[in-house]
Design a protein around this ligand. Sequence first.
Ligand SMILES: NC(=O)c1ccc[n+]([C@@H]2O[C@H](COP(=O)([O-])OP(=O)(O)OC[C@H]3O[C@@H](n4cnc5c(N)ncnc54)[C@H](OP(=O)(O)O)[C@@H]3O)[C@@H](O)[C@H]2O)c1
Length: 335
Amino acid sequence: MTNRQILLAARPKGFPQDSDFQLVENPVPEPGDGQFLVQAEVLSVDPYMRGRMNDMASYAQPVQIGEVMVGESVGRVIQSRNAKFPEGTYVSGMFGWQEFAISNGESIRKIDPDVAPISTALHVLGMPGLTAYFGLFEVCQAKPGDTVVVTGAAGAVGSVVGQLAKINDCQAVGVAGSDDKINYITNDLGYDGGFNYKTTDDYYKAFKQLCPDGVDAFYDNVGGPISDAVFPLLNVGARVAICGQISQYNATEKPQGPRLLWHLIVKRATIRGFLVFDFISQYREALEKLTTWYQQGRLNCPERVTEGIENAPRAFMELLQGANTGKQLVKICPE
Ligand SMILES: NC(=O)c1ccc[n+]([C@@H]2O[C@H](COP(=O)([O-])OP(=O)(O)OC[C@H]3O[C@@H](n4cnc5c(N)ncnc54)[C@H](OP(=O)(O)O)[C@@H]3O)[C@@H](O)[C@H]2O)c1
């Protein structure tokens, strides 16, 4: 058996391209003492990976040229020399963009396929779901009756934020990049309203129509002009969670925008950037709640699945262009 891997071949300038990635084949490694071999089944591609391709100080180390691209996947233990992870165990971990990986069990989560399909460990019952949960309840401090605005509303995080807002009896207003996505979030996910930013000229006017009582909580995944339009509508005491700024991840020049901080003074509003890892001590409790809501059918996340590790770069670039509704995944099918 060979292990097909995707390496970082070059650092992108602006939007990534095929030549920034390289597909290589290597022998499948043998687990040593205390280790086990995982055969990956589903890989998650995520916006944060764009940042890891840059040679830039951040909250995590960049991927080096020639290294396997960073990423979380779910797979099955197929060979084990670690009694805690016997053969047949499903696990998720940062195994990278490859078909097989060795682990010693550190930072590995066991997945029970009887609780939910294993892929949910990469969205609603995994990192994006936890990000949605902590961003909404801890950072935005969403309360029943609040009007919550969510940008990137049809993506992995945004689709969960809207559903959690509805579970919490909030009004949820979302922004996304196509009419189909807006139909999806309003008809299927329970969002009360939303607009397609690609066909809307005046974002402020659109938000004002959808949020006649102003905005109490703003969950921002994208930044840029869409987010700028929310600030004048914040209510007194509003909370703003800066989860992501995807509109700027491929920028080649420093983005400039209007100066909006005055609104925070007038509205005595709070703005806070956060990383999901800030809440690691509360993961267990949050996952229990997310799992219950999932099992009750109150929480879901659509999946867009691309087949084959060789297509992971394409899946990643399509994610950055908004091809996905819900979670973008790569199904790994070894040759
Ligand atoms: N703070 C944390 O710990 C944390 C954790 C996870 C994710 N995040 C952040 O949360 C955000 C969402 O992540 P995700 O995994 O759920 O990804 P996602 O929303 O599933 O996928 C990214 C989406 O971004 C949208 N997009 C791309 N370019 C855009 C632009 N210029 N303006 C507006 N929207 C744009 C696209 O949808 P459209 O069709 O709507 O354009 C695309 O589908 C990202 O910013 C990510 O970095 C943060």
